[in-house]
Design a protein around this ligand. Structure first.
Ligand code: NOJ
Length: 745
C-alpha cells in the first residue's frame, strides 16, 4: 500500500515520468540530423529513382542531394560507387537506401507467394524469407517490396500469383511470417532486408481482374477483409508500406489520408516509411483526381506518403507548395523523419557500403534444400483416382510430356529479376537423375511453350504415351502469363494443351497431370480426362525435384488451396467466405438442361447460382489430398455458452487411417449466425499442421479469443455481439466436424 502511494506521489509531481523517459537514441539522431538539413536536402531524401536508364544523370543527382533511395541496382561495385557519392560528396553524407523487388527469392527462387501460401506453413515461409534476405543483402540491397498481401479472389488478375490468396487471416499469417524472415531479428543486422507490405490497400479487388483498375469497397469490407493482413504486417514490425495504384470509391490510394494517416499511422501506430507505388502520385492526374503535378504532390504529402517512387512529383513540387503556403514544412519533416529513422534502424550510417570481397552466399546447399522443402509443401494434390499416385514399383516406364516438364525459366514464376534458369532443377531433369535407373522415361516435350499451337509433335507424344505405363502431363502457364499487368479473361490452359491431353487419352493409360501456373487455371473439361492432378504453381528453383519426389512418394503431399478454385471463369469472384444471401442455392436447384423449352417464368424456388455453372467451385478453399486418409472425430467445445470476454477451446481428434506417415493441415472455421450486419458463411480463424504416423491419433486443440469472434460493424466499431455461433474443425472449408456455442452478454 505504502509503495503504491509512493509511486502515485511520484507520478503526481512528475518525477516518475521524468525518471522513466530515456530518449530513444535513434530518435535523437534523427532530430539532430533533421535540424541540420536544408529544405532541398529534405526533399531529396523523399525521392526514389531507378538505376536503370538514368545512370549518367544519377551520379549528378545524387551529388546534388536529390536522391534518398535507388531501386534496381544490383551490381555491388556500382552500388558502392553510388553510395560513395552520397556519403562523401554530399554535405551531410546521408547514405542511399538501395531497393529491389525481391518477391520470392533473390537467386534461390522459392515458389510464387500463392504457392508458399498453399504450404500453410508460416515457419517455412519465414525461413525462405531469411534466405532471400541473406542472398539479396550480400549485393547491397537493404529494402524489398514484399510481401504483397492484397486479398484477392480473382484468378483473372495476374497479380494473384504474388498474393497469399483470398483469406484475410491466412494472408496476414503468411505475410507476417515473410516479414519476420526478411527482416530477421534486428533491422541493423547487415543481412536484414526491410520488408514492404503492399499494396495499401484494396488492390486485389480490382474490377474484372484487370490490373490497376477501379475498386468499390465498403467500410465493412475494408475493415473485415482488406485491412486485416496489413494490420498483421504492422504487428509483425514491417518496416515499410507501399500505397496502391487503385482508387477506392473514387479516391486513389496515394491520396487518401483516411487510409494512410488515420488508420495506418494514428490507429495502428506505424512509424516506418510509406512509399508510393511507381509514379502512383502523379498517376492521380490520370485518374482524374488532381488537375496537375502540383496538386498530386499536395495530395500525396497530405496523405503522409514519405517517398515518391519514380514520379518526381515531390522533387519538382514540394518546395513551391511550401513557398505558396499550401503545405507546411513540418509535413516534409514528418516524412524525412520516417526515412532517416529507417536508415538509422538499418545501420546504414555505420555500414553504408557492401564488402565486395565477401564470398557470395548464393544457392548454398542448405538454401536449395529449403527451397525443395517449401516447393514440396506448396504442391496440392487435387485428384488421385484409384491411388494412381504415388507411382509404385510396378510402373516400369513413364511418358513425360508437355511444355512445363523441362521449362527451367518458367518454373521460377513471375518477379524473378535475379533468378537464373541454369540453376533450376526441372521435373524432367529430376526424374532422370533421381529415378532414371528405376523407370524408363519416354520424354516428348511436344509443345515448346504453353501457348505453342503447333500440333506436329502430337503423333510422337501419343506413341510415347502408348509405350509407357503411366503418362505424366506437365501443363500450365509460362511465367510471363501471370504477375503485374498479366491478366487474362480466359484462364484456361493456353495454346493446344487441352487438345494434346485429349490425344494422350487415346493411349488408354493412366494420366497424371501436373500443372505449373501463376493462378488456378480453368480445367473443368480436362479434369475428367486425368486420373491424378498435382497443382504445383510456379515452384521455383528446386520445384522439379520436389515434384519428382512427390510423384514417387518419397514426399507425401500436404499442400492445401489458399484460394477457392473456380470451375468456370464466369463464377469469379468466387470465395468460401461469402455471405449467405436471402436465397442461398440448394443442391437440387435446376440446371440449364432441367428447364424445358418455353417453360413459364417462375417466381417460386428461385435461388442464387448459375444455371450452367451452379454455385460450387471445382475445389474449395483449404482443399488438398494426401497419400493417406485422415479421420476427424470427437469434436469438443469447452462451453456451450461464453461471456463476451471469455475464451473458448475447441478440439477434436485426427487419426491417420492410412498406411504412411503424413502431414495434415487442420483448419478452424466459425460462423456468426446473425448480427447487426450479416457475417460470412464461414471464416478461417486458425490452423495447425500436424504430422501423424500411420494409425496415429492426435488431439488438436484451438483457442478462440473474443477478438477472433468480433467484427467491424457499420459504425466503424470492432464488436463482439451476443448470439449463436457455429464452429468447424475441418480438412477444408467445405467439410468438417460442426458444433455450436452461444455468446451471451
Ligand atoms: C509497381 C508494382 O506495382 C510494385 O509492386 C513494385 O514494387 C514497383 N512497381 C517497383 O518495381
Amino acid at each position: 500500500m505504502f509503495y503504491k502511494n509512493f509511486i502515485l506521489a511520484l507520478v503526481s509531481i512528475g518525477l516518475f515520468a521524468s525518471c522513466s523517459t530515456t530518449k530513444d537514441p535513434i530518435e535523437e539522431k534523427v532530430e539532430k540530423l533533421l535540424s541540420r538539413m536544408t529544405l532541398e536536402e529534405k526533399i531529396g531524401q523523399m525521392n526514389q529513382l531507378n538505376s536503370e536508364g538514368a545512370f549518367d544523370d544519377l551520379h549528378e543527382r545524387i551529388k546534388r542531394g536529390e536522391v534518398g533511395s535507388v531501386l534496381n541496382e544490383v551490381d555491388p561495385k556500382t552500388l558502392n560507387e553510388l553510395q560513395k557519392i552520397a556519403v562523401e560528396e554530399t554535405r551531410l553524407g546521408i547514405p542511399i537506401l538501395f531497393a529491389r523487388d525481391i518477391i520470392h527469392g533473390y537467386k534461390t527462387i522459392f515458389p510464387i507467394p500463392l504457392g508458399q501460401a498453399a504450404s500453410w506453413n508460416p515457419k517455412l515461409v519465414e525461413e525462405a524469407g531469411r534466405i532471400t534476405a541473406i542472398e539479396a543483402t550480400s549485393v547491397g540491397i537493404r529494402w524489398t517490396f514484399a510481401p504483397m498481401i492484397d486479398v484477392s479472389c480473382d484468378s483473372r488478375w495476374g497479380r494473384i500469383a504474388e498474393s497469399m490468396g483470398e483469406d484475410p487471416f491466412l494472408s496476414g499469417t503468411m505475410g507476417a511470417a515473410m516479414i519476420k524472415g526478411l527482416q530477421g531479428n534486428d533491422l541493423s543486422d547487415p543481412t536484414s532486408l526491410a520488408a514492404c507490405a503492399k499494396h495499401f490497400v484494396g488492390y486485389g479487388a480490382t474490377e474484372g481482374g484487370r490490373d490497376y483498375n477501379t475498386t468499390h469497397i465498403s467500410n465493412e469490407q475494408l475493415r473485415n477483409t482488406y485491412l486485416v493482413p496489413f494490420k498483421a504486417a504492422v504487428d509483425a514490425g514491417c518496416a515499410t508500406f507501399m500505397t496502391s495504384f487503385n482508387e477506392i470509391n473514387g479516391v486513389p490510394c496515394s491520396g487518401n489520408p483516411f487510409l494512410t494517416k488515420d488508420i495506418l499511422r494514428k490507429e495502428w501506430g506505424f512509424d516506418g516509411v510509406l512509399v508510393s507505388d511507381w509514379s502512383s502520385i502523379t498517376e492521380m492526374i490520370i485518374h482524374g483526381y488532381c488537375k496537375d503535378s502540383l496538386e498530386a504532390t499536395e495530395k500525396g504529402i497530405n496523405a503522409g506518403i514519405d517517398m515518391d517512387m519514380m514520379g518526381e512529383a515531390y522533387i519538382s513540387g514540394l518546395k513551391k507548395l511550401i513557398e505558396d503556403g499550401k503545405i507546411k514544412e513540418s509535413s516534409v519533416d514528418d516524412a524525412v523523419r520516417n526515412i532517416l529513422r529507417l536508415k538509422f534502424r538499418l545501420g546504414l550510417f555505420d555500414n553504408p557500403y557492401i564488402n565486395i570481397n565477401r564470398s557470395s552466399p548464393f544457392y548454398e546447399k542448405a538454401f536449395l534444400e529449403k527451397a525443395k522443402k517449401i516447393a514440396a509443401q506448396s504442391v496440392v494434390l487435387l485428384k488421385n483416382e484409384n491411388s494412381v499416385l504415388p507411382l509404385t514399383e510396378s510402373v516400369k516406364s513413364i511418358a513425360v510430356i508437355g511444355p512445363l516438364a523441362d521449362a527451367a525459366h518458367d518454373q521460377m514464376g513471375t518477379w524473378v529479376f535475379d533468378g537464373e534458369k541454369e540453376h533450376s532443377v526441372t521435373p524432367m531433369q529430376a526424374l532422370k537423375d533421381r529415378y532414371g535407373d528405376k523407370v524408363k522415361i519416354n520424354y516428348v516435350k511436344t509443345l515448346t511453350h504453353s501457348r505453342d499451337a503447333n500440333k506436329s509433335g502430337f503423333g510422337d507424344a501419343l506413341a510415347a504415351a502408348k509405350a509407357s505405363d503411366v503418362i505424366l502431363f506437365f501443363a500450365g502457364e509460362e511465367s510471363i502469363l501471370s504477375g503485374e499487368a498479366r491478366c487474362r479473361a480466359d484462364i484456361s490452359l493456353p495454346g493446344v494443351q487441352s487438345e494434346l491431353l485429349s490425344e494422350l487419352k487415346k493411349a488408354g493409360k493412366p494420366i497424371v497431370m501436373i500443372i505449373m501456373a501463376g493462378r488456378p487455371v480453368e480445367i473443368y473439361k480436362e479434369l475428367p480426362l486425368v486420373n491424378g492432378l498435382l497443382y504445383a504453381w510456379h515452384p521455383g528453383t528446386m520445384g522439379g525435384l520436389a515434384i519428382a519426389e512427390l510423384l514417387f512418394g518419397d514426399i507425401v503431399p500436404s499442400g492445401k488451396l489458399p484460394i477457392t478454385y473456380p470451375a468456370m471463369v464466369g463464377q469469379i469472384p468466387i470465395y468460401y467466405n461469402h455471405k449467405n444471401t436471402g436465397r442461398p442455392p440448394l443442391d437440387d436447384s435446376p440446371r440449364i438442361n432441367d428447364i424445358s423449352p418455353e417453360a413459364p417464368q417462375m417466381s417460386l424456388g428461385n435461388r442464387s447460382y448459375y444455371l450452367d455453372a451452379g454455385d460450387k467451385p471445382l475445389f474449395p478453399f483449404g482443399y488438398g489430398l494426401s497419400y493417406t486418409t485422415f479421420e476427424y472425430k470427437n469434436l469438443k467445445i469447452s462451453k456451450s455458452e461464453i461471456g463476451k470476454t471469455e475464451f473458448l477451446t475447441v478440439s477434436c481428434t485426427v487419426t491417420n487411417t492410412g498406411k504412411i506417415k503424413a502431414t495434415e493441415v487442420v483448419q478452424l472455421y466459425i460462423r456468426d449466425m446473425y448480427a447487426s450486419i450479416t457475417r460470412p458463411v464461414k471464416e478461417l480463424k486458425d490452423f495447425s499442421r500436424i504430422c501423424l504416423d500411420a494409425g496415429e491419433t492426435k488431439e488438436v486443440s484451438f483457442t478462440l479469443s473474443p477478438e477472433q469472434l468480433s467484427f467491424w460493424n457499420n459504425d466503424n466499431q470492432f464488436v463482439l455481439e451476443p448470439g449463436d455461433f457455429k464452429v468447424w474443425i475441418a480438412t477444408n472449408s467445405a467439410d468438417g466436424l460442426e458444433g455450436e456455442f452461444k455468446v451471451i452478454s
